[in-house]
Design a protein around this ligand. Structure first.
Ligand SMILES: [Zn+2]
Length: 356
């Protein structure tokens, strides 16, 4: 709740931009209605936009949680006698008049309740949303009660993002835990945001998140943590081909896997009606053989197709029902292809059939 105004209706999805240029901000703001910028580069862009009177629809994730904690000893080693204060992210955002002022944020390892409480207890001169970069393990059965209790006791607006090697919401238990947090926020009239996510943004805002910011690369769809050796091997095998958002599966697949569906004419999932694909025959199969210099076309398709799917679902009379219908379809399509054809299609992410 801001300025005493109670929240109404569903929240809003927006684009989450990591490393980017000002043109990306213009384009994504147009396509998604708003963008969340990241870190110091994001702040510089926000200041440039502000000077041009063009800052609307922009907010910032300081993303300081990305950095490894600096050992206390080395932090003092800059110049003897010179106190090197941490950058004041809250003041920087407040000066720009951003619609939400987010704290620098801290990565909080699973189970460290004292650190969580301390982060939630910090005071600031202006109203803020407290950024919490939480290990996905907080959403497990052992830790969710403590997390919810800390949020309840602190009674503040929060911006959450989750750290995991792959998908932080990879089980029904974690999905249900996240939904508990959404219910807490609704009951407490608090703003809850989900930063760095995928299309999970949709059910999140439908169920009460004020903002959910979607990333266009695996590194901005959650906070990555180092892989184990087996995960690393699988990752290296897969990375050779770009990920492509597949509207009919509501998720991303490798371009080479989509290409393998050519023998079955795309198996009913490679059709895309976005404007980028409309100019090229409507078929995602083409990305399998796309030359490297055209890889930006994949990103262009991703943005258009994601924005289109979001707009269509949110414009439905009953967005929750529309999303459920499409989720069911996506899961069935994905599963029947996987059962019939050995092409290495990624299985549907848990939220598609686990968010019930
Ligand atoms: Zn497309």
């Amino acid at each position: 709740m801001r300025d005493g105004v109670p929240r109404t209706g569903v929240g809003r999805t927006r684009a989450y931009l990591g490393r980017c240029r000002v043109e990306d901000v213009w384009r994504c703001r147009e396509r998604f209605g708003g963008v969340t910028l990241q870190g110091m580069v994001g702040l510089r862009i926000a200041r440039a936009l502000d000077r041009a009177g063009e800052l609307h629809g922009v907010d910032l994730d300081p993303a300081v949680y990305r950095n490894r904690p600096v050992p206390a000893a080395t932090a003092q080693l800059t110049l003897p006698g010179l106190d090197c204060a941490p950058f004041d992210w809250v003041a920087a955002q407040a000066e720009l008049g951003l619609p939400v002022v987010r704290t620098a944020g801290a990565r909080i390892r699973v189970g460290r309740v004292d650190e969580l409480r301390a982060e939630l207890a910090r005071s600031y001169p202006v109203a803020v949303s407290v950024v919490l970069a939480l290990d996905a393990g907080w959403l497990g059965r052992r830790h969710i009660d403590a997390l919810e209790e800390a949020l309840r006791a602190a009674d503040r607006d929060v911006s959450l993002l989750f750290a995991a090697a792959y998908n932080p919401l990879d089980t029904v238990v974690k999905i249900e835990s996240f939904r508990r947090l959404l219910r807490w926020a609704a009951g407490a009239h608090r703003d809850i945001e989900l930063l760095r996510t995928d299309l999970t943004a949709l059910p999140a805002v439908i169920e009460g998140a004020t903002v959910a910011a979607i990333g266009f690369s695996t590194s901005t769809r959650h906070l990555g943590i180092p892989f184990g050796p087996r995960q690393r091997e699988a990752f290296n095998r897969r990375r050779r081909s770009p990920l492509v958002f597949v509207p009919r599966l509501l998720h991303w697949q490798r371009a080479n896997v989509l290409g393998a569906l050519a023998a079955w004419d795309g198996a009913g999932v490679t059709y895309c009606e976005c404007p980028v694909c409309a100019r090229a025959g409507h078929d995602l199969l083409r990305f399998d053989t796309i030359p490297a210099e055209l890889e930006h076309e994949v990103r262009d398709h991703d943005e258009h197709a994601l924005a289109m799917v979001i707009d269509q679902i949110m414009a439905a009379t009953d967005p929750a029902a529309e999303l459920k219908f499409r989720r069911t379809n996506a899961v069935q399509r994905g599963r029947s292809i996987a059962a019939a054809l050995d092409v290495g299609l990624d299985s549907p992410p848990a939220w598609l059939d686990g968010w019930n």
